[in-house]
Design a binder for this molecule. Structure first.
Ligand SMILES: [Zn+2]
Ligand SMILES: [Zn+2]
Ligand SMILES: [Zn+2]
Ligand SMILES: [Zn+2]
Length: 285
């Protein structure tokens, strides 16, 4: 199977079936709890994933969903996952979040190393229980976090708790943390290989979250860096997006080094008579 079809091909038919994890439960399922349900973890696997493991996987809408790993493809760095609603899909490793290992040793989620020494100490996320070196996490973790009694959430958990359909949370401490994290990307934009129209990249890497995406499914394109951003991850929307809506000027938080900028363009000629389907067809060609 072609790697770029992994999520986009199946995504169109599956994306509406699932409800985000957040909506089923008041707080996202504790990942520590998930990994404990998994009985066998005696030997260390070649990669950090195991068949039968319960994980959270990021879908092309930018949201995380609960699923179970059925197959692992080391060559393509992806796992075949069955989701709660029985739908199945290949998901790249970068989009899969596992819980803490529970084996006693704490390794950094990013570099898999155990050491913890200033100025690069290991910091444990208060939500998922996973460890991150100060310098491995994006953005780097300030030393003030280590001495503080306040809760610290890793990037993945900040996204998992604040992103939602119709636009991410705008208020509260996690929303504030999201705003700050969004000014740094967890990947290198320069390394992405785009198609001629700058709509899809080989790495399936979009947005602040670095997750997969379908540009025509509720994503905003930054007019400066040309990257695409999930509706679920942006914090500037007044109303949920319409499919195929391209009538805006958007500047992402990376390019603005602060809050996003969004300005709607006049709709006039389209406003009244076109239905959404026509609109999205038009803009796709
Ligand atoms: Zn590390
Ligand atoms: Zn976390
Ligand atoms: Zn996103
Ligand atoms: Zn930008």
């Amino acid at each position: 199977m072609n790697i770029e079809n992994y999520s986009t091909g199946a995504g169109n038919s599956l994306v509406h079936k699932r409800s985000p994890l957040r909506r089923n439960q008041k707080t996202p399922t504790s990942l520590t709890k998930l990994s404990l349900q998994d009985g066998h973890k005696a030997k260390k696997p070649a990669c950090k994933f195991e068949e039968g493991q319960d994980v959270l996987a990021r879908w092309s809408d930018g949201l995380f969903y609960l699923g179970t790993i059925k197959k692992i493809n080391i060559l393509k760095q992806s796992c075949f996952i069955i989701f709660e609603d029985s739908s199945k899909s290949w998901v790249l490793w970068k989009d899969i979040q596992t819980g803490a290992t529970g084996s006693g040793e704490m390794v950094c989620t990013i570099c898999q190393e155990e050491y913890s020494e200033a100025p690069n100490e290991m910091v444990i996320c208060d939500k998922c229980g996973q460890g991150y070196h100060q310098l491995c996490h994006t953005p780097h973790i300030d030393s003030s976090v280590i001495d503080s009694d306040e809760k610290w959430l890793c990037r993945q958990c900040v996204f998992a708790t604040t992103t939602k359909r119709g636009g991410a949370l705008k208020k509260g401490p996690n929303a504030k943390a999201l705003q700050v994290m969004k000014q740094t990307l967890p990947y290198s934009v320069a390394d992405l290989e785009w198609d001629a129209g700058h709509k899809t990249n080989v790495q399936q890497c979009y947005c602040y979250c670095g997750g997969p995406g379908d540009w025509y499914l509720k994503m905003l394109q930054c007019c400066k860096c040309k990257q695409w951003f999930h509706e679920a991850c942006v914090q500037c929307l007044q109303k949920p997006m319409l499919f195929g809506d391209r009538f805006y000027t958007f500047i992402c938080s990376v390019c603005s080094s602060g809050p996003e900028y969004l300005k709607r363009l006049p709709l006039q000629c389209w406003q009244t008579h076109q239905n959404l389907k026509d609109m999205s067809m038009f803009w796709r060609h």
